[in-house]
Design a protein around this ligand. Structure first.
Ligand SMILES: [Zn+2]
Ligand SMILES: [Zn+2]
Length: 420
C-alpha cells in the first residue's frame, strides 16, 4: 500500500530542532513575563472576514496566501496566517479594552500561509506573537526592541540588524500617496499586472511585490519617510532617543514597509544575512488604528512576531548539559525481577535508565546499549543475583565495578562512580 505523507510545506519537527524551538520559547517566555506580559492561546481557525478586514484585501497574504475554505455550514473560514488579527479580535471580544488601561499579551503557535516553501519557510510555521494595546508613547516600541535585543543575546545570535522605519499615519500617507501615484504612473508599463491594479487601489502595496522589475522600479521611488507629518516625525525622533537610552543600535531603512495594511508609524524588521534572500526573522510595528477599524474604541497598538523556524536556523545549537545514560542489561527470570525496582528507583532519582523490554541475549543487549551511547551498563545475571551483587561497566573506560544489589541505593552509587 502507498504510504501517506505530509502536505507540501508541512512537516514533523523533532530532535535537535525541536529542542531549539523549546529553548527559544522558554527564553522568550522568561523576558515576556519579566515585562509583565500575559500568555493567551487563540484559535487557529477564524472567520475569513477577520483577516480580510485587518490585514487588508489588497495584500499578498489575503490575495494569494491564505488557507481558506467553506465549511459544512457554508461559512468561509481561514487558518490564521498571522496572530495580530486574532489578538485584536480577542481583545475586543473579551472586553479587555474596558477593564485594562494597558494590555500586554503574547501567544505561541502555528500559522499557515500558502507560500512557495524555501529555506526556513514552510506553509505551517511557528510564531511567538507579542502585542501591546493602550500605549501610544514610543517608549514601548523601544522597549520591545530592547527585549528582542536581550533575547537574541541570550540565544547567542551573533549577527543581526534591527531595521526601523516610520510608515506614518493616514494623514501623511494621504499626501504621500499622490506623490507615489505620480511616480508610478510614469513607470506603469514596467509594473506587473497586480501592481497596475494596486496603483489605483493601494499604491503602497507595490513595495511588497516580489516581481524583480517591480522591485527595480520601487527602489528609485520617493519614500514616505520624507513626507511624514509633524506628529509622526516627533514620534519617530522620540523613539530613536529611547533606543539610544536603552543602549542598542538600530538602522533606519527608509524603504522598509511591512506587507500588511494596518501598520502606522514605527515599523521594524530584525534581519540576518545568514538567512539568505528573505532575511527577516522578526517583524512588527505600530498599528494605532487597527482596534478602531475592527470595531473597538480608538486604542493604540504595537507588537511583533518572531518566526521560530527562522530564528532556530541562526540560534547556536546548545548541547544540553548531559547527564549520563544508564542501561540495565539482565539475563534470566531471577534477574528480570529486578527490572521494575530498577526502573522505579532511577526515575525517582531523576536519572535516565534504558533497558530492553523483551529478554534478549547479553550480547544483543550490549549492542543495543552501544547504539544508544549509554555511558554505564548494569549487568545482572543468575550468578550476580546469587552473590547479591550487580556489575556496573563504564562503557568508556571499560572498567567494571561490583556493587551491592540494592536498587534503592544504586542510583546514588552510580552517580558517585560517574563523577570519578
Ligand atoms: Zn503622520
Ligand atoms: Zn508587481
Amino acid at each position: 500500500m502507498e504510504k501517506i505523507k505530509t502536505l507540501r510545506g508541512f512537516r514533523d519537527i523533532s530532535g535537535e530542532e525541536l529542542d531549539t524551538f523549546k529553548r527559544i520559547e522558554a527564553c522568550a517566555r522568561k523576558y515576556l513575563k519579566l515585562l509583565n506580559f500575559t500568555e493567551i492561546e487563540l484559535p487557529i481557525l477564524e472567520k475569513t472576514e477577520l483577516f480580510v478586514r485587518s490585514i487588508g484585501d489588497t495584500t499578498d497574504i489575503v490575495e494569494k496566501e491564505m488557507f481558506t475554505f467553506t465549511d459544512i455550514g457554508g461559512d468561509s473560514l481561514t487558518m490564521r496566517p498571522e496572530a495580530t488579527a486574532g489578538m485584536v479580535r480577542s481583545y475586543l471580544q473579551s472586553g479587555l479594552y474596558a477593564t485594562q488601561r494597558v494590555s500586554k499579551l503574547f501567544t505561541l503557535g502555528p500559522m499557515f500561509r500558502h507560500e512557495k516553501p524555501q529555506k526556513g519557510r514552510f506553509r505551517e510555521f511557528h510564531q511567538i506573537d507579542v502585542e501591546v494595546f493602550g500605549i501610544g508613547d514610543p517608549l514601548i516600541d523601544a522597549e520591545l526592541l530592547w527585549m528582542i535585543h536581550m533575547l537574541l543575546q541570550e540565544l547567542k545570535v551573533n549577527t543581526y540588524d534591527i531595521e526601523v522605519n516610520s510608515v506614518g499615519c493616514p494623514e501623511c500617507r494621504e499626501s504621500f500617496r499622490k506623490v507615489l501615484v505620480e511616480y508610478f504612473e510614469t513607470k506603469k508599463d514596467m509594473l506587473c499586472e497586480d501592481c497596475v491594479r494596486r496603483l489605483e487601489r493601494n499604491p503602497l502595496r507595490i513595495f511588497d511585490c516580489k516581481n524583480t522589475q517591480c522591485i527595480e522600479v520601487s527602489t528609485e521611488s520617493p519614500v514616505l519617510f520624507e513626507y511624514l507629518c509633524e506628529e509622526c516625525t516627533r514620534h519617530f525622533d522620540e523613539f530613536q532617543q529611547h533606543v539610544s537610552s536603552f543602549g542598542f543600535s538600530v538602522r533606519i531603512n527608509k524603504r522598509l514597509v511591512r506587507g500588511l495594511d494596518y501598520y502606522t508609524r514605527t515599523v521594524f524588521e530584525v534581519t540576518s544575512n545568514d538567512l539568505g534572500a528573505q532575511k527577516a526573522f522578526i517583524a512588527g510595528g505600530r498599528y494605532d488604528n487597527l482596534v478602531e477599524e475592527m470595531g473597538g474604541p480608538k486604542t493604540p497598538g504595537t507588537g511583533f512576531a518572531i518566526g521560530v523556524e527562522r530564528l532556530a536556523l541562526i540560534t547556536m545549537s546548545e548541547k544540553a548539559v548531559s547527564t549520563p545514560t544508564y542501561f540495565f542489561a539482565y539475563l534470566g527470570e531471577r534477574a528480570k525481577k529486578y527490572l521494575i525496582p530498577f526502573i522505579k528507583s532511577f526515575a525517582g532519582a531523576g536519572l535516565s535508565l534504558v533497558y530492553s523490554y523483551d529478554e534478549r541475549s547479553l550480547k544483543s543487549q550490549m549492542r543495543y546499549a552501544d547504539s544508544l551511547n549509554a555511558d554505564f551498563v548494569f549487568i545482572l545475571g543468575d550468578n550476580e543475583v546469587e552473590r547479591g551483587i550487580v556489575l556496573l561497566r563504564n562503557m568508556k573506560t571499560k572498567i567494571q565495578y561490583e556493587l551491592l544489589l540494592d536498587p534503592s541505593i544504586l542510583p546514588r552509587e552510580a552517580i558517585k562512580l560517574s563523577i570519578e
